[in-house]
Write a protein that binds this ligand. Structure first.
Ligand SMILES: N[C@@H](CCC(=O)N[C@@H](CS)C(=O)NCC(=O)O)C(=O)O
Length: 217
């Protein structure tokens, strides 16, 4: 086994990479970040202490999108998550950035605010994050017209980013009922076996979701 993934099942960025791994049935050793040993190994590998981190035959690869691109280059499987055509790949990268920057980031801001003590909370930052999610949901609803997946009719890295970001974002700031394309897209992502598996593996941790997990999904 050449691949080792430092990850936690409940983490959104880890679910992004797990979805890519499960899409292709890529074997890997799961170094779950639930014990001091794995956490110390992670910190030694990546002092920034963000996860997931992949180790491939001694080479450390960090950042979820870079890990997915690395897997496509060095461990390709039947499902190509980045198209070979450079222009088409740019469309995928744009949507991947969209989900990380404008859905995942504000979602995490709202979640992390709940971990702070009352006196350290940042209501202004949280309300800016909610406004960003509203803008992102509205733009996405228009953009998804005529598309099954983020960039068209093929499942790509952008959908790996979309799945956990929309999954958790809807928990903290529900997608409005009028935004049917975004709501339907979220349901399609939840039905995709690779992401459904990641969601199932994270079920035991729902009780720890800082704002409280809703009784659905
Ligand atoms: N830009 C990083 C973000 C990774 C990230 O924020 N991971 C979260 C878990 S979802 C984390 O490491 N949290 C630990 C912390 O905030 O201390 C990526 O794309 O992989």
């Amino acid at each position: 086994m050449t691949l080792k993934l430092y990850a936690h099942p409940f983490s959104s960025y880890c679910q992004k990479v797990l979805t890519a791994l499960y899409e292709n049935g890529t074997p890997f050793e799961y170094r779950t970040l639930d014990n001091p040993q794995s956490n110390a190994e992670l910190e030694a590998l990546w002092p920034i202490k963000r996860f997931p981190v992949l180790v491939d035959d001694g080479r450390t690869v960090m950042e979820a999108s870079i890990i997915i691109e690395h897997l496509g280059l060095h461990h390709p499987g039947p499902v190509k998550l980045l198209p070979d055509d450079a222009r088409a790949a740019l469309d995928v990268r744009l949507m991947d950035r969209f989900f990380d920057n404008y859905v995942m980031t504000p979602m995490q801001k709202i979640v992390l605010d709940h971990l702070r003590s009352e006196k350290d909370r940042d209501p202004c930052g949280a309300s800016e994050a909610r406004a960003m999610l509203d803008r992102a949901y509205a733009w996405l609803d228009d953009t998804l017209a005529g598309r099954e997946w983020a960039v068209g009719n093929t499942f790509t890295m952008a959908d790996c980013a979309a799945a956990p970001s929309l999954f958790y974002a809807d928990w903290v700031h529900p997608i409005g009922e009028a935004l049917t394309r975004v709501r339907d897209y979220r349901q399609r992502l939840l039905a995709r076996p690779s992401f459904a598996r990641a969601v199932d593996e994270a079920r035991p941790f729902r009780q720890f979701f800082p704002p409280g997990a809703p009784d659905r999904d």
